[in-house]
Design a binder for this molecule. Structure first.
Ligand code: KG4
Ligand code: ZN
Length: 338
């Protein structure tokens, strides 16, 4: 089954064609990052307009690159939530028009389910059930993936997402938006024991976590140094900050593996590209005898192939939409409107 899939929830316009949920035939992306960089973050209105400009060309490019014709497509899938509402609407309207014109099923996909599915593309042997640490710019959660379309959230961040904290700290340190990748690179040259930053304490739900205290402590440290004219050892601060994020995430994943008895853990989302977090998850899983699944860096960030992968399983589960499909800025991974 060849699925034409569309992703436009934030600042990447992407169109892919994925076969049977596991094989990427093509994955076309037009990134707007450079454009938003001058503003230090994504400007929603600009993002929507850029999606409109890019999406038709990307769909043509996807067909050209694969040599497929429109008749070879079996369904159209799209991220319908969550994201910047104007941006998501562009993808949803494009997908509705394409499905109608092709007379093919329309499959709505939750963006975070797509991030999890990036692992199906990278790891042919991965099948549910497994545990997934989702760490993106807007979401941080530990998910029990019971089946391809059946999930249970074990814990989430109670405030900022991990990626949001990386971006905020990166921005104050003068790194280009989004700061996560630059901060990761700088951290590799630093001494993580130099700055003592707080770790998220355990709350009522042991899997829940918080990053706002860490973010505020890091920003206060930078501002204080600026006020008293001291210089900050940027690589070491980046290393200390990343260690604190990892020390918040990894013990919760370990606990979840122990309590569920699962021996398979996947990571997903843009922050899953972080070298320190990848290393720590691998080491922790090895101690428990668990297998780790990680998408390559190219599939950690937003892309349409991951949407095409999840769409296949949503289709098999009967989760198709009609022309009344709407876009949602927020919606839980379980499909509940928030
Ligand atoms: O999943 P994603 O592409 O978009 C959302 O759905 O939010 O994630 C983007 C986030 C940004 O916050 C970015 O700074 C972060 O992923 N990121 C990283 C790294 N690469 C991207 N964070 C830490 N280390 C990295 N290497
Ligand atoms: Zn994403």
């Amino acid at each position: 089954m060849n699925i034409l899939s569309v992703e436009s929830s934030c600042d990447e316009t992407a169109v892919a064609i994925v076969r049977d949920g596991r094989e990427i035939l093509t994955d076309c992306i037009a990134s707007q990052v450079e454009l938003h960089r001058i503003y230090g973050g994504v400007v929603p209105e600009i993002a929507s307009r850029m999606h409109i400009e890019a999406i038709y060309g990307l769909a043509d490019q996807a067909l050209e690159r694969t040599g497929l014709s429109r008749q070879d497509l079996d369904a159209v899938a799209v991220t319908y939530a969550p994201g910047l509402i104007g941006a998501v609407l562009v993808g949803v309207n494009f997908a509705k028009a394409a499905a109608l014109a092709l007379n093919k099923p329309l499959i709505p996909v939750h963006h975070i389910r797509g991030h999890i599915a990036a692992n199906y593309l990278a790891c042919p042997d991965l099948e549910p059930p497994f545990l997934c640490l989702v760490v993106s710019g807007g979401h941080t959660m530990i998910v029990d993936v019971q089946d391809y379309t059946k999930m249970r959230i074990l814990g989430t961040t109670l405030d900022d997402a991990a990626g949001e904290s990386f971006d905020k700290v990166g921005r104050v340190l003068g790194m280009p938006y989004p700061g996560g990748a630059a901060l990761d690179k700088a951290a590799q040259q630093g001494d993580e024991s130099k700055y003592d930053l707080p770790r998220s304490r355990q709350g009522t739900n042991p899997y829940d976590m918080s990053f706002s205290g860490l973010k505020t402590a890091t920003l206060n440290l930078i501002h204080h140094a600026q006020q008293v004219g001291e210089s900050v050892d940027i690589p070491s601060l980046c290393a200390s900050f990343t260690a604190a994020v990892s020390d918040t995430l990894v013990p919760r994943v370990v606990r979840a593996l122990e309590e569920t008895g699962y021996r398979k853990v996947a990571v997903a989302g843009g922050v899953a590209a972080n070298s320190r977090i990848r290393r720590d998850i691998l080491a922790a899983a090895e101690r428990l005898g668990a297998k780790v699944y990680m998408p390559p860096l190219s599939l950690c960030g937003d892309n349409a192939a991951m949407i095409g992968s999840q769409a296949y399983y949503e289709y098999l589960a009967g989760n198709v939409a009609d022309m009344s499909l709407n876009a949602y800025a927020t919606k839980s991974i379980l499909g509940e409107t928030l």
